[in-house]
Ligand binder design. Sequence first.
Ligand SMILES: Cc1cc2nc3c(=O)[nH]c(=O)nc-3n(C[C@H](O)[C@H](O)[C@H](O)COP(=O)(O)O)c2cc1C
Length: 264
Amino acid sequence: MAKESFFKPFYSVLVLAFVCSFLVSLASVGLRPLQENNRALERKKNILLAAGLLHGDTKDKDIDTLFAQVEPRIIDLATGAFVSPKVIDPKTFDQSASTNDPQLSQPLPKDKDIAGVRRLEKYSLVYLVKDKGKLKEIVLPVRGKGLWSTMYGYVALDSDLRTIDGIAFYEHGETPGLGGEIENPAWEAGWQGKKIYDDEGKVAIKVAKGASKAKGKAASYEVDGLSGATLTGNGVQRLFHFWFDDQGFKPFLERLRGEEGKNG
Ligand SMILES: Cc1cc2nc3c(=O)[nH]c(=O)nc-3n(C[C@H](O)[C@H](O)[C@H](O)COP(=O)(O)O)c2cc1C
């Protein structure tokens, strides 16, 4: 009987390892478009959810049809001006990646970083919801530190650019049942109709500790806190104060208010 080579088992293991890693990388590359598609679908769903345009019975195949009424645009946060799609294409702009790019974002000094975002991007996506060409709502992406994690969400504003139509948090690492309740539709529904700015244009929205006891006009600026999760609620409040003030979307909203006023 021929003698087995001493190295044969090693060759077999090497070949097996090579074949397996080849198959894994093939699957990873092959599945990438599907994963990107799913991510885009999730993003659209959350924008529609914040805008109150998604219903329990909406099927995935209907998302693109519903999203046809949403126009993604890029804005320059500092000036509040729209950036032409010819300069930056909203369809391909990766806002999250831009926060790590020194050309497209800058570090925030600690005293200005009340939402704990660390770096602020130069450009942001915004989503205009139109009805027969007229602005109906605007959906803005927000993020900020909670107790354990960065919380990501969308805020939909009414065409008065002051009243909240809806909010949707879609990513966070807060504790389920405590801070994790930020994604509970029942809690999110409590934001509908609340006003972000007071009559002087100052950011006035608040998250109460526990159930809100505010009455009259003050009640329109206050939402219920999360039971046993005041710290996450504080993070949500800080996030609103950051994104709706001068460093965030305020220059854009003021500019848009002026433009909408001119257009009647
Ligand atoms: C394991 C564990 C997880 C917690 N997770 C959260 C959380 O996600 N968000 C939060 O605000 N508080 C969380 N807390 C509670 C906070 O430490 C703190 O007690 C609470 O925010 C205070 O809110 P309250 O005054 O409404 O009780 C957690 C506590 C424990 C022990």
